[in-house]
Design a binder for this molecule. Structure first.
Ligand SMILES: Nc1nc2c(ncn2[C@@H]2O[C@H](COP(=O)(O)OP(=O)(O)O)[C@@H](O)[C@H]2O)c(=O)[nH]1
Ligand SMILES: [Mg+2]
Length: 350
C-alpha cells in the first residue's frame, strides 16, 4: 500500500488532487496544517497536508493456489488454537481453575473466551453448536470454529439506516467522542464531498476540545459554540460535540437528556472505549440507555487485540454497532462495523 502526500492550500483542493491521482477508491489516512514553503511561508501562510492511499485489493489467483492458500491458513489457525489450548492447560502456580471451566466439553469454548467473549456467551454459542450437531464433541475444532462464526453472524444486528443529518456523540469523558466525530466528518467532507457544520457545545462542564476547532479550520468547516447560532441547509451534515458525562453523574446525565431533547431529531451515537473490559462497557451502556441512543461506536481498538469482546456488546445490549475506530490519526482507521469485520479481527493470526 503506497501512501502519497498531497499539499494544497485548502482541504477542497487536496480532495481534487487526491481524486485525480488516486481515483475514487482513495482512503485518507491523516490530515494536518503545515507551514507553506518558500516566500508564502514567511507571511505565515499555511497549507493542508493530506496523506492518502488506495487500499490493496487481493490479486486474483489460480483456483488451485487459492484452495492451497485457504488450507494453509486453516492449518495455521488450527496450530495456533492448539498452542493456545496447551498454554492454557499449563496453569501458572497458584492458579485455580474456576468451577465452570469443565462446564463445556467442546474445544471451541476456551478459544471463544480467549478472543474476548464473556464465558456466558461462549457457553451459549457452545450450546447452540451442540444443538446443531446433535451430539457432543464430534466435530473438529475448525468445524466448531466455523459453526461458532456462523452463529455469531446470525446474532449480528445491523444499525438502522441513517435518517437524520444531525449526529450527536455522547459517552463518558475520554472515550474518543471528539476523535470519532473528526474521523467521520473528515471522511464525509473529503471523500463524500458533503457539506458539514459543527456545534461544539458545553454541557454542565465546559467543552475543552480545542483540537476540534483546529480540525474544522483545516477542513473549512464552520464551527459554532452555541446551537442558536446556526441554520443548516437540508443536505448539510451537523456534527454535535459534547463534553463527556461519567456514568455515576446522575445530574450530568439528566442535563444531557434535556440537551438531546432540545436539539431534536438526530442520530445519537454512544461512544465507548473498546480497550475497557466488557463489564465496564456494559455498565456504561446501561447508564446511558435512558438517552435516545441509536447505536454504538467503539474506539481505541488499536489498544486491544481481543476484538471478540465486541460481541458482548452485540449479545448483551439492544444496540447495533455502527462504527469501529482504531488510533488517534484523523481520519485513520474508522470503519463501518460488520460481523465479517469483527470475525476477521477476532480470529486473525497474531
Ligand atoms: N490509541 C487511541 N487513542 C485514541 C483513540 N481515539 C481517541 N484517542 C485518544 O484518546 C484521547 C481522548 O480522545 P477524545 O476524542 O478527546 O475523547 P472525548 O473526551 O470522548 O472526546 C485523546 O488523546 C485521543 O487522541 C483511539 O482509537 N486509539
Ligand atoms: Mg471531546
Amino acid at each position: 500500500m503506497q501512501v502519497k502526500t498531497f499539499i494544497a492550500s485548502s482541504a477542497a483542493q487536496a480532495v481534487a488532487q487526491i481524486r485525480e491521482t488516486l481515483g475514487p477508491e482513495a482512503v485518507v489516512l491523516n490530515i494536518r496544517r503545515v507551514r507553506a514553503k518558500g516566500i508564502s511561508g514567511l507571511f505565515q501562510r499555511t497549507n493542508v497536508e493530506v496523506l492518502a492511499c488506495v487500499p490493496k485489493t487481493a490479486e486474483p489467483k489460480p483456483t488451485n493456489d487459492a484452495v492451497l492458500d485457504h488450507l494453509r491458513e486453516e492449518l495455521a489457525s488450527i496450530k495456533e488454537i492448539m498452542l493456545t489450548l496447551v498454554q492454557r492447560e499449563a496453569s501458572p502456580p497458584g492458579f485455580v481453575n474456576g468451577p465452570d471451566d469443565s462446564a463445556s466439553d467442546l474445544r471451541i469454548s476456551p478459544i471463544l473466551e480467549e478472543s474476548g467473549l464473556l464465558r456466558l456467551y461462549a457457553h451459549q454459542i457452545v450450546d447452540q453448536i451442540k444443538a446443531i450437531n446433535g451430539r457432543v464433541a464430534s466435530s473438529s475444532v475448525s468445524e466448531e470454529l466455523s459453526l461458532a462464526q456462523r452463529i455469531l453472524t446470525d446474532c449480528w444486528k445491523s444499525p438502522r439506516p441513517i435518517q437524520a443529518n444531525t449526529h450527536i456523540f455522547v459517552g463518558p469523558p475520554g472515550s474518543g467522542k471528539t476523535t470519532a466525530l473528526c474521523k467521520w466528518m473528515t471522511n464525509a467532507v473529503l471523500l463524500e464531498n458533503r457539506q458539514a457544520c459543527v456545534w461544539r457545545l458545553d454541557g454542565l462542564s465546559a467543552n475543552t476540545s480545542e483540537a476540534l476547532s483546529v480540525h474544522c479550520e483545516i477542513l473549512g468547516v464552520p464551527i459554532h459554540r452555541c446551537p442558536a447560532s446556526m441554520k443548516t441547509a437540508a443536505s448539510e451534515m451537523l456534527f454535535v460535540d459534547l463534553p463527556g458525562v461519567n456514568t455515576s453523574d446522575e445530574t450530568g446525565l439528566v442535563h444531557l437528556q434535556h440537551m438531546l431533547a432540545e436539539i431534536g431529531e438526530a442520530e445519537v451515537h454512544l461512544v465507548l472505549n473498546g480497550s475497557y473490559e466488557s463489564s465496564v462497557q456494559l455498565a456504561q451502556v446501561r447508564s446511558f440507555s435512558r438517552l435516545p441512543i441509536n447505536d454504538l461506536i467503539v474506539t481505541h481498538l488499536d489498544e486491544d487485540t481481543r476484538w471478540g469482546k465486541l460481541w458482548n456488546l452485540v449479545l448483551g445490549t439492544n444496540y447495533a454497532l455502527r462504527a469501529l475506530s482504531a488510533g488517534q490519526n484523523i481520519p485513520g482507521d474508522f470503519r463501518t462495523a460488520s460481523a465479517a469485520e469483527l470475525l476477521r479481527a477476532q480470529f486473525a493470526r497474531k
